[in-house]
Design a protein around this ligand. Structure first.
Ligand SMILES: Cc1ncc(COP(=O)(O)O)c(C=O)c1O
Length: 390
């Protein structure tokens, strides 16, 4: 039982200091720094979606408490987008606007998980998901996957089955994936359906990158497939799609009974999502399609440049490249740290250590190719290319 000055074991085990050592070092350096470690964008949102564009005259009382599920016009706009894109009808009472997908997934963890429950997390993964699950006292069971999809011996179904125990409650799927930019191949929906039905599991889909396919193709989301949809809780975000990460708006949908409980849990967390920011999101939904098209083109070019310098395939989607840095490491190195220090010292580039995305990735690194503009990225990549040749 924690007493001052002690905190709960959960709080002590959580850390948001993933990037801290290198970032602190960078802040003390006088040279030009390229912050390619955080998943952000250099693009401003469309003018209609800016905070300063939301007017009381149009949305009276927007600074008062709002409805917990979300602003009705935003819920309707989300509902019609889901229908337009995926031909899926999501009832309004199964939809919840959240303070970003981060909050959506955290509320979901509180809704579904008890201490000691296990969640299978397809790895490598978005760094924050590990803490989100652990904050419930639940366990993350890593299933290395996205970096092995081209290996003919890799079988997703076998790997997931090997990881299941009587404590498994859910599988977390982030496809398109942060950090690899890969997607689960066609047929994975059947694997997930079979396993989830057999073991009675929830399927938690993180769709943060659903609109950032860079390959010019349209893809059917795994969650909408029959048999999957019935157990799928899906978290979406406005952060990546419309460049609104600071607005903190996303939405989650799922089976009605889950969403009722989800709403109850959210009431004690953020109550509603930030109300004025929901109007930013609404404006982005109404007017943001050509911005999104243009964004994909910019990101595609950036992805190609980054992949070329690193000698890896161009990511299918998202904002990152993820690579095994072993060829650039001293043999004795236990992890990627010496390489990340070199990148910072010699090229001014900040990257994320692969271990943030899973136990199997200590010698890997993640680079975000959308955090700085294309000319700046090209500059950074030129410096990186030189460093890699040395
Ligand atoms: C896979 C993934 N999920 C969720 C999030 C968080 O999204 P939001 O900004 O909506 O909280 C991110 C942000 O980087 C992400 O990469």
């Amino acid at each position: 039982m924690p007493r001052p000055p002690d905190l709960t074991p959960t709080a002590k085990n959580l850390s948001n200091r993933i990037f801290s050592e290198l970032a602190q070092k960078a802040s003390r350096m006088s040279r030009r720094i390229y912050p390619l470690h955080v998943g952000d964008t250099w693009r401003d949102p469309i003018p209609e979606a800016l905070a300063e564009a939301q007017r009381i005259a149009e949305y009276p009382h927007m600074h008062r408490y709002g409805p917990i599920p979300g602003e009705p016009p935003l819920l309707e706009a989300i509902q019609s987008r889901l229908h337009q894109l995926h031909e899926i009808h999501v009832p309004i009472d199964s939809l919840q606007v959240t303070a970003g997908a981060t909050s959506g997934l955290s509320i979901l963890a509180q809704t579904l998980l008890s201490p000691d429950d296990e969640v299978l997390v397809l790895a490598p993964f978005w760094p924050l998901i590990r803490g989100t699950i652990r904050a419930r006292g639940a366990r993350v069971i890593e299933v290395p996957c996205f970096d092995r999809l081209d290996d003919p011996d890799f079988d997703l179904e076998t790997r997931i089955r090997q990881a299941i125990t009587s404590k498994t409650v859910a599988v977390y799927v982030n496809s398109p994936n942060n950090p690899t930019g890969r997607i689960l191949p066609h047929g994975s929906e059947e694997v997930l359906r079979r396993i989830a039905e057999e073991h009675n599991l929830w399927l938690a889909f993180d769709e943060a990158y659903e609109d950032l396919y860079l390959d010019g193709h349209s893809h059917t989301p795994l969650w909408k497939c029959p048999g999957v949809f019935e157990r799928a809780i899906v978290s979406h975000s406005f952060s990546k799609t419309y460049g609104l990460a600071g607005a903190r708006v996303g939405y989650t949908h799922g089976p009605q009974n889950v969403m009722e409980a989800f709403r109850d849990v959210q009431t004690f967390q953020t109550y509603s999502a930030p109300r004025p920011m929901q109007y930013c999101a609404l404006a982005a939904l109404r007017h943001g399609e050509s911005w999104l098209e243009e964004t994909r083109r910019h990101y595609r070019e950036a992805a190609e440049q980054a992949a070329e310098v690193l000698g890896i395939p161009v990511p299918v989607a998202g904002t990152f490249v993820f690579f095994d840095a072993s060829p650039y490491l001293p043999e004795a190195a236990s992890d990627v740290t010496p390489f990340l220090h070199r990148c910072l010292d010699e090229a001014g580039i900040l990257m994320t250590p692969g271990a943030a995305s899973g136990e199997a990735y200590h010698r890997w690194a993640r680079l975000c190719f959308t955090a700085v503009s294309l000319p700046e990225l090209s500059e950074a990549l030129r410096a990186l290319a030189q460093l890699l040749r040395r």
